[in-house]
Design a protein around this ligand. Structure first.
Ligand code: ADP
Length: 546
């Protein structure tokens, strides 16, 4: 065999977060990080000054006995200190475990103990939640409270600012890291079974961050001011904080103030150019903006939305009424999370085809490979009609879970996502369902996602979640759980009429449940598991047959 001829480039230069940290320190002149404070004011710091605090924190971690590979947890909102942890922990070789503050108590106990977290950094506003759980944590040696608030009953609580003060200033001597080393840990929200740990590496985060700068993705640049509403405890806030640091964009963090009113005020005063959040927050913001005509969203040109299907009507309303272009992305914790992004070609008018493409989940980002696999393991063609499970592979896709291999989820180097979709000839993915949410009626699939999307395009429908209802004749039929803008704002018959020109006849529902609110998961998605449970136990209210 002939010997491999190696390229003569700096192949050993590691793709680590230390590079991004160094850029913040020396290359991002004029860039800032802004945090919304409880009194409505904004706390500002330059990228360079933030890295000085990161150096202090890195030193403090050493003094707490944190070693390479140790898990250090955060229990925090989107704010400056959380961002400091995003850099200090991985840059010293330890692993930042971002705890989802909205998980159920038992799940939090499970993940803290499963990850063997040694230190937990907690926002003072969240001490009340964490202190109740602290006795169930097995290996936590230190709690560090961020902010001046009460430390509650947390054992041996330390103060973040004291640690930084004691650590002293000056540059920190960061270790040389291997790009394959673990950098961050994030557990899935565990809608079925125990949460699973996704262990990101320096390399996977570095490459995913670069993808947030691609113009067919978020396209972050130095000209952007990025408002990250998606939580920093949820899949690294979709890569926005690291991406902004790499690009030199300003980063705006809303802390715990996620209501439409504080967000609208923040947008008006800080003038972000791009914002990232789930559809429910955009829905709230749109309603607020409609009710308050003086709201100024004019700085926002782009927005990234995902986590669940983004209703076409929501995108249209934002664009037509406020000039904000919402682009849809798809992914999951296991895919870092962004894997596809929907930015149709800009060739003139936004016609029906444009909107059809926008409403799809998008094309795979460069470096992400995607295939559809049918029930028999066969590959499904990209014809825009045939559906199969999405499988993906690439440098920022999980290859296994942390200490819980779950081989069922991985197929010979591909991640089995559990999402059912079609892909068209232009490579646009369209999710029809999660495999656990599919509705099979008379042997044929009905897409709950599409029904929801069409229902939410009705002006009187605020939210819609469609679940399968057992049926003697058809095996399953769709049951549409709907939140109306006001009591009786639309009748079941009117909604069926609305759907009849939009979906196949046999998809038309014969039952609705008019409810006050759709239950949501810890990351703000419709929790259909709860609705199915209520249906099974006969507790689902407001049911109306058509
Ligand atoms: P969990 O699996 O705990 O809900 P994730 O946040 O990782 O947590 O969720 C990933 C799932 O969210 C995907 O598998 C998919 O079902 C859904 N999802 C994400 N983005 C979209 C989107 N744009 N359209 C439809 N579904 C989406």
């Amino acid at each position: 065999m002939t010997e491999m001829l190696l390229g003569l480039m700096q192949n050993e230069f590691p793709l680590t977060l230390n590079h991004i940290r160094r850029r913040m320190q020396s290359a991002n002149h004029g860039s800032e990080v802004v945090t919304l404070m409880p009194d409505g004011s904004a706390q500002r710091i330059s990228h360079a000054a933030l890295t000085e605090r990161v150096d202090r924190l890195a030193r403090a971690l050493g003094e707490l006995g944190v070693e390479q590979g140790d898990r250090v947890a955060s229990f925090a909102w989107n704010n400056q200190r959380h961002l400091e942890l995003y850099f200090a922990v991985p840059c010293t070789g330890a692993v930042l475990h971002t705890l989802n503050i909205r998980l159920f108590a038992e799940q939090l106990t499970y993940i803290v103990n499963h990850a063997e977290d040694r230190v937990i950094f907690v926002d003072d506003s969240l001490v009340g939640v964490l202190e109740k759980l602290a006795p169930s944590f097995e290996g936590v040696a230190h709690y560090v409270v961020m902010g001046d608030g009460d430390t509650g009953s947390l054992p041996n609580a330390l103060r973040y600012e004291d640690l930084l003060e004691q650590a002293g200033g000056g540059p920190f001597d960061y270790p040389e890291l291997d790009e394959r080393q673990a950098a961050a840990l994030c557990y899935t929200s565990g809608t079925t079974g125990n949460p699973k740990g996704v262990l990101y590496s320096h390399r996977s985060i570095s490459l995913h961050s670069s993808a947030t700068l691609m113009s067919d993705g978020n396209g972050l640049s130095r000209n952007d001011r990025v408002l990250a509403v998606v939580p920093m405890f949820h899949a690294n806030a979709w890569g926005l904080p690291y991406g902004a640091a790499l690009a030199g964009s300003d980063l705006i963090l809303p802390d715990r103030f996620l209501g439409a009113e504080p967000l609208a005020k923040l947008i008006a005063s800080e003038r972000p150019s791009l914002m990232g959040c789930v559809p429910t927050i955009f829905q709230d913001l749109l309603r607020y903006a409609d009710e308050h005509p003086d709201v100024d969203l004019s700085s926002l040109t782009n927005a990234a939305c995902g986590g669940s299907a983004v209703p076409k009507q929501l995108m249209k309303d934002f664009e037509e009424r406020h000039g904000v272009r919402i682009y849809q992305a798809w992914g999951m914790t296991e895919t870092s999370p962004v894997a596809t992004y929907s930015r149709p070609r800009e060739d003139g008018e936004h016609d029906a085809q444009h909107w059809e493409d926008r409403a799809k989940q998008g094309r795979p980002l460069p470096w992400v490979e995607l295939r559809l696999v049918g029930d028999e393991g066969e590959e499904v063609p990209w014809d825009g009609e045939s559906t199969g499970e999405i499988q993906v592979r690439g440098p920022w896709i999980a290859s296994s879970y942390f200490r819980d291999p779950d081989p069922e989820k991985f197929d010979d180097g591909w991640l089995r996502t559990g999402d059912i979709a079609s892909v068209d000839e232009k490579a646009y993915v369209q999710i029809t369902d999660r495999s656990k949410d599919v509705i099979k009626s008379g042997g044929e699939w009905i897409s709950s996602v599409e029904l929801e999307n069409e229902l939410m395009s009705h002006p009187s429908v605020i939210e819609a979640a469609v679940i399968a209802k057992p049926d003697e004749r058809w095996a399953e039929r769709p049951l549409c759980c709907v939140v109306l803008s006001g009591e009786g704002a639309a009748s079941a018959e009117e909604l069926v009429e609305h759907l009849s020109s939009r979906v196949a006849k046999w998809w038309l529902p014969d039952e609705f449940a008019f409810i006050g609110e759709i239950p949501k998961t810890s990351v703000g998605k419709f929790d259909k598991k709860v609705l199915r449970g209520q249906l099974a136990e006969g507790r689902l209210e407001g049911r109306v047959k058509v």
